[in-house]
Design a protein around this ligand. Structure first.
Ligand SMILES: O=C(O)CCC(=O)C(=O)O
Length: 401
């Protein structure tokens, strides 16, 4: 049992998680009994009862109940369109994953317990649990031993030589050293990109985040990974992978496939990582909550030319990336399909780009090669094509003004 090998303080933490489970199961069983009066309410009622009794012998039964419920809910949440699924099912899914995880951890099945939390975080929805699931996963992943192989030794990252595409007009991006907030607001005025230096150098992430650190500290965590050279390609797919397997397969060994942890709110999932960054004062200008996404992948990831409905402060923490950008007013021939309306049909790296889209010759490509510590300001709706020139970890801060 994990608690036997841990301190009193951790025993206390684990016990708290356990009693929280009983409250959650009871609450859901009450909701279900009134909402559907069916199987779910019945099983949950029994689960909450079993948890309350807090008897080692009932854990097997609780785990069985959890598996039955997860199986049933899985079917419900995966039928039809994801957006049409009542959030209630996803909340229930996350809460059962939590209960299952606590029970597994009491049996010292730590890797399975972490996986259960992660499944709840990825497929489920928050149920007002104030980060219980994230905390449990963080707590457990500090007590799981990751086999430390020599391959995880950290080596300095090198930037690949990648030829610039043949585009008629290039423009270098201006650089500015750690501007004050007032200066930053002034710089926003022409609505053109610029790079800020020395604004994130103090982030602990700048020293910590590298493949070896991430394997050793968060390797057991499961995350959604995109497979394929770009989201517009036909072979594109998604899978759930443990961070250690993602890194080992796609970054530490050569692979024919490109895989990318792309545009993912990783800090809502692995909350401990959030301690490694500090919010930027510049985001104070935002009129709504800042959306923080992580982008982690090997050399060769490509985000095809597209634009977003946000202003962006793109923070390059580890490795190198190349941005090729065009003004928001340029017609970059977006796809017709409503799902790809923000994505251009132009592959700016293709040798045929100018032949296929001759008006590209009239447009200016703003090019920025970002390295560790660089923060790029990318204005609202500016088109951008992004390629990683090494293993790379970036954090984008999307905001509105
Ligand atoms: O880094 C990337 O691959 C794409 C980044 C991006 O599109 C964004 O931050 O909006």
């Amino acid at each position: 049992m994990i608690v036997n090998s841990l301190s009193y303080e951790n025993f206390h933490v684990a016990t708290n998680f356990y009693s929280t489970c009983s409250v959650i199961a009871e609450e859901f069983s009450r909701l279900y009994c009134s909402k559907e009066k069916d199987l779910y309410g019945g099983i949950l009622g029994r689960t909450s009862h079993l948890i309350k009794d807090y008897d080692v012998n009932v854990r097997k039964q609780v785990l069985q109940d959890c598996d039955i419920l997860l199986h049933l809910i899985w079917e419900t949440i995966n039928i039809g369109h994801w957006k049409d699924v009542d959030v209630f099912w996803r909340q229930l899914y996350r809460s059962i994953c939590f209960i299952k995880s606590v029970n597994l951890s009491w049996d010292d099945r730590i890797a399975e317990a972490i996986l259960s939390c992660d499944m709840g975080l990825i497929m489920g929805a928050p149920f007002g649990e104030e980060l219980f699931v994230q905390e449990l996963a963080d707590f457990l992943s500090q007590h799981v031993s990751i086999d430390s192989l020599c391959e995880t030794e950290h080596e300095p990252v090198r930037k690949a030589e990648f030829p610039l595409p043949f585009l008629s007009n290039h423009k270098e991006i201006p650089q500015v050293n750690a501007p004050s907030l007032e200066k930053f607001i002034e710089l926003l005025n022409p609505s053109t990109p610029f790079i800020m230096k020395n604004v994130i150098d103090h982030w602990p992430a700048m020293k910590k985040w590298n493949p070896s650190y991430l394997i050793q500290n968060h390797g057991e965590r499961t995350v959604p990974i995109e497979i394929g050279s770009s989201y517009t390609s036909e072979q594109w797919s998604q899978k759930l992978l443990k961070l250690k397997d993602f890194i080992r397969t796609y970054m530490l060994t050569s692979s024919n496939e490109v895989a990318y942890l792309a545009q993912y709110e990783l800090f809502n999932h692995i909350t401990r990582l959030k301690e490694d960054i500090t919010p930027l004062d510049y985001c104070a200008v935002s009129e709504s909550d800042v959306v923080t996404n992580c982008w982690f992948g090997p050399e060769g990831t490509v985000s095809p030319l597209h634009h977003d409905h946000y202003q962006n402060l793109f923070c390059q923490v580890y490795g190198y990336k190349r941005f090729i950008m065009f003004d928001s007013h340029d017609n970059m021939h977006p796809h017709q399909h409503h799902l790809l309306k923000n994505t251009s049909q132009i592959d700016v790296e293709s040798p045929n780009a100018l032949r296929d889209f001759p008006d590209l010759a009239d447009k200016t490509a703003w090019i920025a090669d970002l390295g560790p510590g660089d923060v790029l300001y990318l204005p609202l709706h500016w088109w951008h094509h992004v390629r990683s020139l090494s293993v790379s970890f970036s954090v984008s801060l999307w905001w509105k003004k």
